[in-house]
Design a protein around this ligand. Structure first.
Ligand code: F6R
Length: 604
């Protein structure tokens, strides 16, 4: 969470910093701030609330200076107030700092600073960093980049990406990466550094990515990259081929709606990526010859693992396929060894819980495949093999196109475990073209979906139920409705309802039934009837072949175009996304940035 940026060499520095922060607001929008270095004096502006409030604050003020740093915050320690906003200035105004991550030993560091007469202004864990650096430079007047990095990396415990500026070095920025992302570009006129490549590509597409435990010292004249432990540096460059428009709203009211539309293209992009890497995946799996496969992820990304585990059973795979939530995994791990294949799913590639779980799996000799959507991300560097979801940049906080590609990629891994035959795999992948068409057809049904969304928007609680392959889809639908429309949607195995939760059914309570898994559809319908008999208001999403099913009471029925199983289940996710999107709009929610969330969850 939190986004940090820095830039050297621009004339209109505040505009550039705000522009860069704009591309990072998905990482947190509790407050934002900038610090500009003008001839050795810092001008700092910071405000609680989204970036638009800071923009208003500085409108009409001429801010000179040729370098600066900025921050957008997802609050962890200290409420989202002006005082707790970054950047932080050291007591003697010699250092400014922006921080992404958590300093776990900040209380001890605060005590140390108070012993040296430093007074904290904020309640944050981050403020200590600015004062500590100042104190370090006072005690070590001959400090160097290496000694500063050695000091910080041994003093700070936790996770951090840091940008540091010194008052007396107005055209220099120092950056450190420890378990939080950081990347930079250098052009002849500008140096820019950021948590995310999305805010760098306007300057240059040739991106330098800091590896974990690396630090960089940047100026227009100099680039110095070092490892925390002074070992030899292995530089990482990536060339990003995104169209800059991919990260713009392009006439849509919300990124979320735009990203739903982009899905028919993004599934095709994944198809190409999988065709290209099918050989590699195939031989990796052959060499590993796993006894068990474990999908590890968090939130929506984890549901693709649930889907894979059900799919694997339906195909009667010889390996056990299971799924684990990243945040639980390390503390309650299953048996893992060199015959375990772990597949880590993460669109951001930075989710701390997934990162630590994957590292744990590696420490137990498991073979790891990382599946990411952001090149150069932390998780991309953990895997023995890395696969790119190729969904393109996703800006809305609720994930759509990346999630759909996670589901498809998970299905593909199961297919590879079932058959190593390249022709069968290519044939399987060709169904993605039908899916791309079906996604468009579902989106064309938006008006009727919207009318059902309006009905749902009037309720605070609902259930989404399914059996078999429909169950993981219900998990994803429920999470989308929770985060995008603030409706407490509970996902449930259809057959489990009668074992307790059915007592919550009273007249008008919405229950959404998913009918995409043919093998269990008739059973699910019996469960739906049990709900309708007790006054529940039924909504149906049906992607099966054939006519609509008959129900004994009136139902709100969405009949989707049919495509080959299990791809038909993916079309249900699209219908659920549209339901959540329109329910959110009816409830006046900023669906791109629902409250309390951030897109990249880099804290445990
Ligand atoms: C929901 C959503 C989250 C993410 C989860 C994992 O729409 O976006 O539940 O799926 O935070 O994120 P990644 O995929 O970045 O690891």
């Amino acid at each position: 969470m939190c986004g940090i940026v820095g830039i050297i060499g621009c004339h209109d520095i505040s505009t550039e910093l705000i522009k860069m922060l704009h591309g990072l607001e998905y990482r947190g929008y509790d407050s934002s701030g900038i610090a500009i270095n003008l001839h050795g004096n810092f001008q700092i502006y910071k405000k609680a609330g989204p970036l638009s409030i800071l923009k208003k604050e500085i409108a009409g003020i001429t801010l000179k200076g040729r370098s600066g740093i900025g921050h957008t915050r997802w609050a962890t320690h200290g409420a989202p107030t002006d005082t707790n906003a970054h950047p932080f200035l050291s007591s003697k105004s010699s250092v400014t700092v922006v921080h992404n991550g958590i300093i776990e030993n900040y209380k001890a560091l605060r005590d140390k600073l108070s012993d040296n007469d430093y007074i904290m202004e904020s309640e944050t864990d981050s403020e200590v960093i600015a004062h500590l650096i100042e104190l370090f430079t006072i005690h070590n007047p001959d400090w160097t980049f290496n000694s500063l990095v050695a000091y910080l990396s041994t003093t700070l415990k936790g996770a951090y990406a840091l940008l540091i500026q010194f008052a007396d070095k107005p055209n220099e920025i120092y950056g450190l990466r420890f378990e939080c992302p950081l990347a930079y570009v250098i052009t002849t006129k500008t140096v820019a550094i950021s948590s995310d490549i999305a805010s760098l590509i306007t300057y240059d597409r040739n991106i330098n990515i800091l590896r974990d435990r690396q630090a960089v010292h940047l100026s227009l004249e100099k680039e110095e990259l070092i490892n925390f432990d002074s070992t030899e540096v292995d530089k990482l460059h990536v060339n990003v081929d995104w169209d800059i428009k991919a990260a713009e709203k392009s006439g849509y009211d919300y990124f979320l709606r735009k990203e739903i539309d982009e899905q028919s293209n993004s599934v095709r992009a994944l198809k190409s990526a999988l065709i290209e890497s099918a050989g590699k995946i195939n031989s990796f799996i052959k060499n590993t010859n796993p006894d068990s496969v474990i999908f590890i992820a968090c939130g929506s990304a984890s549901y693709s693992g649930v889907f894979a585990s059900v799919f694997a059973r339906q195909l009667e795979l010889k390996q056990t396929v299971s799924w684990e939530i990243g945040s639980e995994f390390r503390y309650n791990p299953p048996i893992i060894n060199e015959k375990t294949l772990v597949i880590g799913m993460s669109q951001s590639g930075e989710t701390a819980d997934t990162v630590t779980a994957l590292r744990y799996a590696k420490s137990k000799n498991a073979k790891v495949i990382s599946v990411i959507n952001v090149v150069g991300s932390t998780i991309s560097m953990i895997g023995d093999l890395t696969i790119n979801l190729s969904a393109g940049p996703e800006v809305a906080v609720p994930s759509t196109k990346a999630v759909i590609n996670q589901f498809i990629a998970s299905m593909f891994f199961i297919e590879v475990l079932r058959t190593q035959d390249q022709d069968s795999l290519n044939k399987w992948l060709s169904t993605i073209d039908d899916l791309a068409v079906a996604i468009k057809q579902v989106i064309a049904m938006e008006d009727s979906i919207k009318s059902y969304a309006k009905l749902l928007a009037g309720h605070q609680n609902m259930f989404i139920v399914g059996r078999g392959l429909d169950y993981p889809i219900s998990l994803e639908g429920a999470l989308k409705l929770k985060e995008t429309a603030y409706i407490h949607a509970e996902s449930m195995y259809a057959g489990e309802f009668k074992h307790g939760s059915i007592s919550l059914i009273e007249y008008g309570m919405p229950v959404l039934i998913l009918l995409g898994d043919k093998s269990v559809a008739l059973k699910t319908i019996i469960n739906a009837e049990e709900v309708a008999t007790r006054g529940g208001q039924l909504f149906i999403i049906d992607s099966l072949e054939g006519e609509k099913f008959d129900f004994s009471s009136e139902v709100n029925y969405i009949k989707l175009p049919h495509i080959k199983n299990p791809f038909n289940l993916i079309t249900q996710i699209v219908a659920l996304q549209l339901l959540a999107y329109h329910a959110g709009l009816h409830r006046n929610i900023n669906v791109d940035r629902p409250r309390n969330l951030a897109k990249s969850v880099t804290v445990e």
